[in-house]
Design a protein around this ligand. Structure first.
Ligand code: NDP
Length: 412
């Protein structure tokens, strides 16, 4: 049984992960939070203590760590005797944290695909460029590595697998729809790291159609759906992590990702992008100073974690799945609705961080219990997803299903 968690990163998602680990420290053991800026880790520790989130007495400590330093990460894993590492730092650190886990035997979990800071939108499948190159090494070293176990990617991969395995004979289409119908009250802000957020939209849009990769431009293709709780919403085809594993692991010819944007977001994004202010390539000012425009934009926008106290409204994220069952056409929508204000009340974070932070903790609990301790590298859809859905129902992210039999809680 694996115990003791090292959380890497101290942003909005890490805040949720820390609170949720604390609520389940009877299973997970001691909790350590490490990031470059130890003060941010300490603030999370203080918030966990203030809210009384620790279920039982146990260690809860902050550490300074540059996770790009593999030896330092290995040393911290050893010192804290952590057998579970939840990486919710920036996606630039994935490969070094994974390497530290491979060399120490700790289980590895993350919520986003690895990125090279100097490259945007690489060749699909994205996991093949970095993570999957370590698959054999994980298996040889019997290291459990669960990739992309946030909400999207993560829970939506589980929804896709459950739809394919439980509700259809054949599936033709999976459309993953992510709507944030919340209001943060600022002129403009992103819900997570602006640098990562914009990088998702400045490159090509890859989708999986007719069993091959297709390229489009951002905001080129849209759809409108009438969704539970949030109502009629327009979303745009977007490139996203989960397509790059689902297309390999599920036999489904069409898999697309759609993200909801308001006109205001699109206008501001278009201006910034057209001016070159979203570029990850450095420019030199008249004074001879080299700056990366995207990093400057990040520096002037609100810190995503600061949005939480005033955030209202809900998110609705789910998979619309079409196919055949018993010779008849069938469609299901498997989804979750989360509430920004409720998330803030429980763990001091907004709903996007909440939906991203609860699933890796559920996965860590399943590893600790031996249910998901598979001792190899997997994406979520390769696992038995039923215990994951059941546990998420219990710990804050209930799953619902809509089909010809109505709308109900999904549990197994
Ligand atoms: P933030 O930008 O708020 O936080 C990232 C953290 O990573 C910061 O605390 C930062 O350090 C830390 N960090 C960066 N580089 C290093 C390093 N070299 N060593 C140690 N720590 C480092 O991000 P979020 O909390 O919003 O998101 C966290 C992750 O979750 C991201 O990978 C994001 O893409 C992912 N995500 C996934 C979602 C999903 O549903 N799957 C949804 C939303 C986010 P510091 O501040 O200490 O300097």
């Amino acid at each position: 049984m694996k115990r003791n968690v090292l959380i890497i990163g101290a942003g909005g998602v890490a805040q949720v992960v820390a609170h949720k680990c604390a609520q389940h420290n009877d299973v997970l053991g001691n909790i350590h939070i490490a990031s470059r800026t130890v003060e941010k880790c300490q603030q999370i520790v203080d918030s966990v203590r203030e809210k009384g989130s620790l279920k039982t007495a146990g260690e809860l400590q902050a550490h300074a760590l540059d996770a790009l330093d593999i030896e330092a990460t290995k040393a911290l894993i050893g010192k804290t005797q952590s057998q579970l590492v939840i990486n919710v730092g920036s996606p630039f650190i994935n490969m070094s944290v994974l390497q530290a886990c491979i060399e120490t035997g700790a289980a590895y979990l993350d919520t986003a695909i690895h990125e090279d800071p100097e490259k945007i939108c690489e060749t699909p499948p994205w996991y093949g460029n970095y993570e999957w190159k370590r698959r054999e090494l994980c298996e040889q070293n019997q290291v459990t590595a669960i990739l992309g176990v946030g909400f999207d990617p993560g829970v939506v991969n589980a929804y896709a697998a459950i739809a394919v395995n439980e509700y259809f004979d054949t599936v033709s289409d999976i459309d993953i729809i992510d709507i944030n119908a919340g209001d943060h009250g600022h002129y403009f802000a992103t819900n997570f790291d602006p640098e990562i957020n914009f990088r998702e939209f400045t490159g090509r849009v890859w989708s999986w159609q007719n069993s091959q990769w297709v390229q489009n431009k951002m905001f080129e293709i849209k759809r409108t759906d009438d969704l539970p709780v949030v109502g009629e919403r327009t979303s745009y085809m977007t490139g996203h992590d989960e397509l790059h594993s689902l297309s390999k692991n599920l036999d489904v010819p069409n898999i697309r990702f759609w993200m909801g944007f308001g006109d205001h977001y699109i206008n501001v994004f278009t201006v910034l992008n057209s001016l070159g202010l979203l570029s990850e390539q450095p420019v030199t000012t008249a004074e001879g100073q080299e700056v990366v425009p995207l990093k400057v934009v990040k520096a002037v926008l609100p810190d995503p974690a600061s949005l939480a106290p005033k955030y209202t409204g809900k998110t609705c994220i789910g998979d619309k799945v079409k196919g055949k069952k018993d010779g008849r056409d069938k469609e299901v929508f498997i989804y979750n609705v989360a509430d920004h204000a409720e998330a803030y009340q429980e763990v001091g974070s907004q709903g996007i961080s909440y939906t991203a932070g609860v699933p890796p903790v559920a996965a860590a609990i399943l590893i600790a219990q031996g249910v998901w301790d598979v001792q190899k590298m997997v994406n979520v859809e390769e696992l038995d997803c039923k215990p994951f859905i059941n546990l998420l129902n219990e710990i804050g992210l209930p799953t619902r299903i809509q089909d010809e039999d109505g709308d109900r809680l999904l549990s197994f």
